[in-house]
Design a protein around this ligand. Structure first.
Ligand SMILES: Cc1cc2nc3c(=O)[nH]c(=O)nc-3n(C[C@H](O)[C@H](O)[C@H](O)COP(=O)(O)O)c2cc1C
Length: 122
């Protein structure tokens, strides 16, 4: 496997972003829900791992963090994160990198993507 994009999405923004990003990657790409990791599905091996998810309270949602913690990445794997949000991303990607470093991984690249907001109160 060349690339795996793990995605998590409440209302479809992040799934749409994951699908569009997959079209830009070279080689074979599979999209897998983060929930597959939470339910203990087999972890295919890849060279590139993408994480696409929405920001809740300027952070990655807890199921995403819990799933990333369970990942077993090959050494030298390239990792990227795309956090969809509605213009209030804060330092979410630095926080994600710190979280990953606490668990023996690191983020190679991260970017926020502003999309329509789905937080009804705000
Ligand atoms: C509970 C909740 C909290 C949110 N918090 C933020 C936030 O802190 N910053 C921000 O920019 N967007 C925030 N949003 C907006 C979402 O991150 C944004 O709309 C995202 O693209 C939704 O992706 P999805 O359709 O894949 O769930 C929040 C949305 C929800 C439902």
């Amino acid at each position: 496997m060349d690339n795996i994009i793990y995605w998590y999405s409440g209302t479809g923004n992040s799934l749409s972003a994951a699908r569009r990003l997959s079209a830009y990657l070279h080689g074979e790409t599979v999209l897998l829900p983060f929930t597959a990791l939470l339910y203990g599905h087999e972890q295919p091996s890849a060279s590139v791992y993408g994480f696409v998810f929405p920001l809740y309270g300027a952070e990655a949602p807890w199921p995403v963090l819990k799933a990333i913690k369970q990942l077993k990445l090959p050494e030298n794997a390239y990792t990227f994160a795309a956090a969809t949000c509605s213009e209030r991303g804060g330092v979410s990607l630095d926080d994600l990198n710190n979280f990953m470093m606490d668990h023996g991984m690191k983020l190679s690249y991260g970017r926020r993507i502003d999309m329509p907001g789905n937080c009804l109160p705000s």
